[in-house]
Design a protein around this ligand. Structure first.
Ligand SMILES: Nc1ncnc2c1ncn2[C@@H]1O[C@H](COP(=O)(O)OP(=O)(O)OP(=O)(O)O)[C@@H](O)[C@H]1O
Ligand SMILES: [Mg+2]
Length: 298
């Protein structure tokens, strides 16, 4: 009996020892994994940061160099040496470069305002068809130059929504510009809509372009995130269009979902609630949790 009790307490002690050894081993393994993950994350963060700085300085410097270079040529010309056509051509180059620079700077200001939760919208009842058609028209020259066909499959009229026309134009413009920019010659971009009985509105912008893997899509949705962030990337841009479009849609109480398949194409699905469903103020509270501050997507 006594020996039995001794045996039990010995096996208990052994079990105790085993369990603490196991716990130590688990802890060691967890620490190792955490250290490894932290190292990879910090390496990735510094890679993204340096890619961002190099890409950003390229995006700012290129148009600035155009402005400085061509305005200098114009200023230094002997009077009357340059013909009027050439002067107009140079002035247009300066104008385009300055307009591009303004877009980049506005995008940076927009994303920082969105992240600070200090973005305000004008809320009016809007004709979405008119706003979207204007943006399709605006991208048509770029599409023709890129040999990308645009198929406008929108119906005669779309249900009105409440929102800010400038911001809606920005959302559509960013998504259309991506669809054209990342589609190879011979491809196409389709724009269609679906409206449901509750008068909510879905707009779909679909392309047959280069597409993205799920990992690439996650990067693309991050501010400044670009699938190919290298200096020699095949398309220009700062990586702000998609996150701005997503945040502005959410400020309207809507959603933006991107579906993409590598080498097959991308579909951007915008959904806006009916004009009666949410006021802009309620949408803002939904996005910012009622406190007027952004939850911070980063
Ligand atoms: N329709 C698309 N097809 C394939 N890749 C896309 C598409 N839209 C976006 N991407 C990828 O997502 C990245 C981020 O897109 P985003 O619009 O935010 O930035 P950008 O177009 O590079 O620059 P910006 O819009 O600021 O001028 C792009 O660089 C591209 O790699
Ligand atoms: Mg873009």
């Amino acid at each position: 009996m006594l020996q039995g009790a001794y045996g039990i307490s010995k096996s208990n002690a052994l079990l105790h020892e085993y369990s603490s050894l196991m716990a130590e081993a688990v802890l060691r393994e967890r620490t190792r994994v955490a250290e490894h993950t932290a190292r990879i994350e910090s390496e990735l963060a510094s890679k993204v940061k340096s890619e961002f700085i190099s890409n950003m300085s390229h995006e700012l410097r290129t148009p600035l160099n155009t402005v400085i270079g061509f305005s200098k040529i114009l200023a230094n010309q002997q009077s009357g040496a340059m013909d009027a056509e050439q002067v107009i051509e140079y002035a247009n180059l300066i104008n385009d470069a300055a307009a591009h620079l303004l877009t980049v700077i506005n995008d940076i200001l927009d994303i920082s305002k969105i992240q600070a939760g200090s973005y305000t919208l004008d809320a009016r009842e809007l004709d979405v068809k008119e706003i979207l058609s204007r943006q399709i028209e605006a991208i048509s020259n770029d599409a023709a130059a890129a040999q990308v066909a645009i198929e406008n499959l929108l119906p005669e009229a779309l249900p009105p929504i409440r929102g800010d026309d400038g911001k809606l134009a920005q959302i559509f413009g960013n998504l259309l510009s991506n669809a054209v920019k990342f589609t190879l010659p011979g491809g196409k971009v389709e724009i269609e809509s679906r409206s449901s009985q509750d008068e909510s509105l879905t707009i779909i912008i679909r392309d047959t372009g280069v597409g993205m893997t799920p990992e690439e899509l996650a990067i693309a949705l991050e501010p400044f995130g670009q699938v190919d962030g290298s200096r020699t990337r095949w398309r220009e841009g700062t990586g702000l269009g998609l996150p701005i479009a997503k945040s502005l849609t959410e400020l309207h109480g809507g959603t933006l979902n991107i579906r993409s398949e590598k080498d097959a194409g991308t579909e951007a699905v915008l959904h806006f609630p009916s004009r009666n469903y949410l006021s802009i103020a309620a949408a803002r509270d939904a996005v910012f949790g009622g406190g007027g501050k952004a939850g911070g997507s980063r």
